[in-house]
Design a protein around this ligand. Structure first.
Ligand code: ADP
Ligand code: MG
Ligand code: ZN
Length: 478
């Protein structure tokens, strides 16, 4: 039978606040000198310790909710989600249950071809970190209590590609907002995929499985694809899919059962008695809304209109805010068309960054220098291959592009008279090749052009040289 996958994502993102969600300990656990140094009675769950809500965490949560087009609840409540695990010192997690900060949002994905509804965004706290070493389980509470925003989608996605684009877009938005670094390797953002399959044409919601703690886009895609295949096979063989929590074994490329899935009632949610309900008024919400920066979608449209870029090219530039800013900085300093600047950035520039593992934030090449370089290509001072040489020099040693061109003698030879002289000389010096060419050996044309390149060290304007060579050969054929 043919099946249609149904996918909903839960995304957990730590918020970049200074202090933890309910105490004044630093939230920057990755800079802690040692395990269990970043802790206090509140985040280690000592009896009698009382939580105090971090205002900044609420503001950042609302910012994300608004960016995802959610409506903001004016009354927020906190709840205890009870379960026992060694990484949860209180025996419960403070979360939002009945009244989360944001609800009923939406995000357009894949060139606006699909709208994924965002069910809710709620604020909660991260757990401690467990490490298993030499037969012992070690617990580090430095991360316990770091504010965590959970973003829950409706089950609106139908394949791994859609899930990937949704996750990519959410990550980009969080980075644009500056609320999360998006560093998946460090686990500051984690994905959970809920997957079920149903017969094509049906609109029932079948039993789903939940794949936990996916910390790369590759793992997200592969695990969803695997789970779709696995469940389809279960149904084909007449079996039933069991609702459960799965892990992803990246080495073997399979999902593995971790535990039977809990339902909400298993957590015995009840209102957190130590935190009063939080009221936010419209003025506060509007104040947060006013802080929203231009987000990737809006920036893409603006780039298309303002710089006449193709939509895909604009999208490429706006995936990372830092890259979009860099592009705009080069455009502002350059006389070349924005399209040419996009080509250089998407081409040689990105290639260098990728090959050398450099992040756009850390690029030492000043936009002014890059603009100068591109302008020298536009006005034909240098050719494309010379420009690559200059670019590498700028990346490695810095300097002034015009000076580098001078020092390395890279200026393009576009003096038509000089090129003509050279072409004539090459044709005179090689009568045998000219004859072979004229009697039909067309491939020799490249050889003649090679002679020009050799004599000029590749600096002759290739278009001019080609034109003169064609003319020269034609004349000799008459
Ligand atoms: P819980 O809070 O117990 O994890 P929810 O019902 O709130 O469960 O759903 C969590 C996630 O699972 C949501 O992202 C939702 O879109 C998704 N989901 C719910 N039902 C299905 C289903 N039948 N197939 C795939 N995903 C589903
Ligand atoms: Mg869940
Ligand atoms: Zn603390």
């Amino acid at each position: 039978m043919k099946y249609e996958p149904v996918i909903g994502l839960e995304i957990h993102a730590e918020l970049l606040t200074n202090s933890k969600a309910f105490c004044s300990c630093s939230a920057d656990y990755s800079s802690a000198p040692e395990a269990n140094t970043n802790i206090c009675p509140v985040c280690t769950g000592l009896p009698g310790a009382l939580p105090v809500l971090n205002k900044k965490a609420v503001e950042l949560s609302a910012l994300v909710a608004l960016a995802l087009n959610c409506s903001i609840n004016h009354l927020n409540t906190f709840a205890r989600k009870n379960y026992y695990y060694p990484d949860l010192p209180k025996g419960y997690q403070i979360s939002q249950y009945e009244l989360p900060i944001g609800e009923k949002g939406a995000l357009k994905i894949l060139d606006d071809s699909l709208t994924v509804r965002v069910r809710r965004t709620h604020l909660e706290e991260d757990t401690a970190k467990l490490a298993h070493e030499k037969g012992a389980a070690l617990v580090d509470f430095n991360r316990a209590g770091v504010p965590l925003l959970e973003i829950v989608s409706e089950p609106d996605m139908r394949n791994a590609e859609q899930a990937l684009d949704y996750a990519t877009k959410i990550r980009a938005i969080l980075r644009y907002l500056g609320v999360n670094s998006g560093d998946m390797e460090k686990g500051v953002i984690r994905f959970e995929a809920n997957v079920s399959v149903r017969p094509v044409g049906s609109d029932e919601l079948r039993t789903r499985t939940e794949i936990k703690n996916l910390n790369s886009f590759r793992a997200l895609t592969r695990s969803i694809e695997y789970e779709i295949q696995r469940q389809s096979k279960v149904y084909d063989e007449g079996g039933t899919v069991v609702q459960e929590t799965l892990g992803w074994d990246d080495v073997r490329g399979v999902t593995v059962s971790q535990r039977g899935k809990e339902d909400a009632h298993d957590y015995r949610y009840f209102p957190e008695p130590d935190l009063p309900p939080l009221k936010v008024d419209s003025a506060w919400v509007e104040n947060i809304r006013a802080q929203l920066p231009e987000l990737p979608e809006a920036k893409t449209s603006r780039f298309v209109n303002q710089f006449e870029l193709k939509e895909n090219d604009a999208r490429f530039l706006t995936v990372e805010k830092a890259l979009a800013d860099y592009f705009e900085a080069v455009v502002a300093k350059s006389k070349s068309p924005a399209k040419a600047i996009h080509s250089w950035i998407a081409g040689e520039f990105m290639r260098y960054l990728n090959d050398n593992g450099i992040e756009i934030q850390n690029v030492a090449l000043a936009p002014e220098s890059f603009a100068k370089l591109i302008d020298m290509v536009t006005d034909k001072t240098i050719g494309a291959s010379a420009a690559k040489t200059v670019l590498i020099e700028l990346f490695t040693n810095g300097g002034d592009p015009a000076q580098i061109v001078k020092d390395k003698n890279l200026a393009q030879m576009s003096d038509v008279g000089a090129i003509q002289e050279l072409v004539t000389k090459i044709l005179n010096d090689n009568p045998k090749e000219v004859e072979q060419y004229l009697s039909g050996k067309d491939t020799l044309f490249q050889w003649f052009m090679g002679q020009v390149a050799r004599a000029t060290k590749g600096k002759a304007d290739p278009n001019v040289a080609k034109e003169l060579m064609v003319k020269g050969l034609e004349e000799r054929g008459k």
